[in-house]
Write a new protein. Structure first.
Lengths: 357, 295
């Protein structure tokens, strides 16, 4: 009913390859895009900065990792380190007087260069062993960043991000940073939506399904695994730059620990491997559910006259976050994207359920 | 740099390494029986030490009651983890299984300090503080007793693997389908492996809790345990003993010799470097079976 399919006939190949053939999907995407554009004038400044902005940034990170994990089927437990490389390179370049447009891209390139080294492990070992080696590299990058004063300024140091301009606009204040993050997020999302339809995306899918089968049909596993790591790390580096410029405003080694990597992997998996929509869902769920439920628990406890210890209050988000990961993997391993898909499939033919194939 | 200092670092390192190895045994046991990488092992060790502390301090039980109680409780928790979580994950891609154990790690890391408080707890096993002298070398008694206990427990695990229950587990690790067809209850064997993993982790948690206090940082043992498990070979229990000593000695020497040169902190990446080197040079570890899929 909602997703009306009647009267949609493909008369050309171009038409058939549309991203959203159903008008309802197009309206939905349009409405959400319009909402995001006018959001700074509609919603409270607090919600804009504390919810919408981090959601956009973490969704971008999840998208970048999803290209690697969902698109090419490689496990990566060190994405936080990749983002750290991008963040530090771009901040140092900006401080050295390089315009931010170039610094951001250079940060992405630096991440991509080092990210490919993570990829070399993927050429030798697979699955569990790849997880271990990326995990190990996360710790090594953390160590190098923290212990080389030229990068971090020392273990405890925090580097302030100077005010930056992007294409002549000052990225300052809540609204400008929000629009900047939204613009980058749009670019990344469009790339991710379209990458499946390119030769590159199809080659990645072939490598994901079975690497020697891909090799047999002439897709170079060597080339595409490294390209997957390159592209994903490039996005990670750019996101790292956006993260420090728009959200953190200063950069210190402990912001990019293993916890960040696990958080982003959790977003990808809870959202749904390989799904663009899922990355947005996953980021929202992992970022906000612990906060919302924590407030809920606190208000229920206050209402019931129970007093929760401050230690318990402080650790409830962590518990919920762990429980969310376990719960989703046990109950719905295909993630939120699959749940949305089920709902959509139901309404596709509702109320004529028997018409579903 | 005199030889006495190096000797002291090496012996302390070996003992500490054996204590790490006790955490790693659980990872190997679980991997061997069910091919599941157990990234929650550090948090399980932490949980075990919290449980022992709770029995000993909150409920006032004497140590010889509290420790067995903690071991039994945690053995049960291992069973519950297998039944409630891992059994649902059979047949899922490996990344899902890794993430589910990571999720448990995060959950336990939030739950234990949340309920028992963040402050570091003292878990006193009655080991005297005064170090022992061996020539000019100082040996910490806690490490000495911890290292020996760990070695005994690991050897005990190896012996157990030759008992009836062990033979069942070995059969399951060889071929799950074949074991099933001759009437072995595969789920039960995997559950026992998880129980044993949680039990050995608890023993390690208690030993570590008595040396550095009980708090969330015990879950950081995970990285060392992973390094040991990888270096020894993920499916080799005897490998854990040797790899534990190697990792411990490397770490101790790095702390004593390299730290003054680079300004500290090398302790944390020795484990990572060992993982990387092992995977690049000999991915199946020192004693593992050469069957991992290489590209």
């Amino acid at each position: 009913m909602l997703y009306r399919r009647a009267g949609i006939r493909h008369t050309s190949y171009r038409h058939e390859r549309m991203l959203w053939p159903l008008p309802f999907d197009r309206y939905l995407v349009g409405t959400i895009a319009a909402f995001l554009i006018v959001a700074p004038f509609l919603i409270d400044r607090l919600y804009l900065v504390a919810y919408l902005l981090p959601w956009l940034i973490w969704s971008m990170a999840a998208l970048g990792l999803n290209l690697l994990m969902g698109g090419a089927g490689q496990i990566h437990l060190g994405y936080g380190a990749v983002m750290a490389i991008g963040a530090y390179s771009s901040v140092h370049l900006v401080r050295a007087g390089v315009p931010f447009e170039i610094a951001m891209i250079a940060g992405g390139l630096a991440s991509a260069m080092i990210g490919v080294i993570f990829g070399f492990a993927a050429l030798r070992v697979k699955t569990l062993y790849l997880a271990m080696s990326t995990l190990a590299m996360q710790y090594i990058v953390d160590f190098v960043i923290a212990h080389v004063p030229a990068i971090s300024g020392g273990t405890q140091a925090t580097i302030q991000v100077p005010p930056v301009r992007f294409l002549g606009l000052r990225i300052e204040g809540d609204i400008a940073t929000y629009y900047f993050a939204l613009a980058v997020c749009t670019v990344v999302t469009l790339f991710m939506l379209n990458v499946h339809r390119t030769g590159f995306g199809r080659a990645l899918a072939a490598v994901r399904e079975k690497d020697y089968a891909a090799e047999v049909i002439g897709v170079s596993t060597f080339k595409y695994k490294l390209l997957a790591f390159w592209t994903s790390s490039f996005i990670g580096g750019v996101v790292g730059a956006v993260l420090v410029v728009c959200y953190l405003r200063s950069v210190s080694p402990d912001q990019f620990h293993i916890d960040l990597s696990v958080q982003i992997v959790a977003m990808v998996i809870v959202g749904g491997l390989g799904s663009v929509l899922g990355s947005f869902f996953g980021a929202a769920l992992i970022l906000f559910t612990p906060i919302v439920l924590n407030n809920l628990v606190a208000s229920i406890a206050a209402g019931a006259g129970l007093s929760l210890s401050s230690d318990l209050r402080a650790h409830i988000p962590l518990m919920l976050y762990g429980a969310l990961i376990v719960g989703f993997l046990v109950l719905e391993p295909l993630g939120l994207a699959k749940i949305y898909d089920n709902v959509r499939n139901y309404f596709l033919v509702w109320p004529f359920r028997y018409a579903r194939k | 740099m005199d030889l006495w200092l190096i000797g002291e670092l090496a012996i302390t390192g070996a003992l500490v390494g054996l204590m790490y190895a006790l955490v790693a045994v659980g990872i190997v046991l679980v991997y061997k029986t069910s091919s599941v990488a157990n990234f929650a092992q550090g948090a399980i060790a932490m949980t075990g030490s919290y449980v022992a502390w709770a029995f000993a301090t909150l409920m006032g039980a004497p140590l010889w009651v509290a420790i067995p109680l903690a071991l039994v409780t945690m053995f049960g928790l291992g069973f519950v983890i297998e039944r409630a979580v891992l059994r649902h994950m059979v047949g899922q891609p490996i990344i899902m299984i890794i993430m589910v154990t990571f999720g448990m790690e995060i959950f336990l890391r939030g739950m234990m300090p949340g309920f028992f408080g963040v402050a570091v707890k003292r878990l006193d096993l009655g080991i005297p503080q005064a170090p022992m002298f061996l020539g000019e070398m100082l040996i910490n008694r806690a490490y000495l007793i911890g290292g020996i206990t760990s070695a005994v427990l690991i050897v005990g695990t190896i012996v157990l693997f030759n008992s009836r229950a062990g033979i069942i587990m070995r059969a399951v690790s060889d071929d799950q389908g074949a074991s099933w067809s001759v009437g072995i209850r595969v789920e039960r064997a995997i559950a026992i492996a998880w129980g044993l993993a949680a039990g050995t982790a608890t023993a390690a948690g208690i030993l570590w809790g008595s040396t550095q206090g009980v708090d969330w940082s015990l879950s950081l043992l995970l990285m060392k345990a992973l390094a040991i498990a990888i270096l020894g070979g993920l499916d080799s229990i005897p490998g854990v003993l040797l790899a534990g000593v190697i990792v411990g000695v490397c770490e101790s020497l790095a702390t004593g010799i390299v730290d003054p040169l680079v300004g500290g902190g090398t302790r944390d990446i020795v484990a990572s470097l060992i993982i990387l080197m092992t995977l690049l040079v000999r991915p199946y570890g020192l004693f593992g079976r050469e069957q991992i899929e290489r590209v």
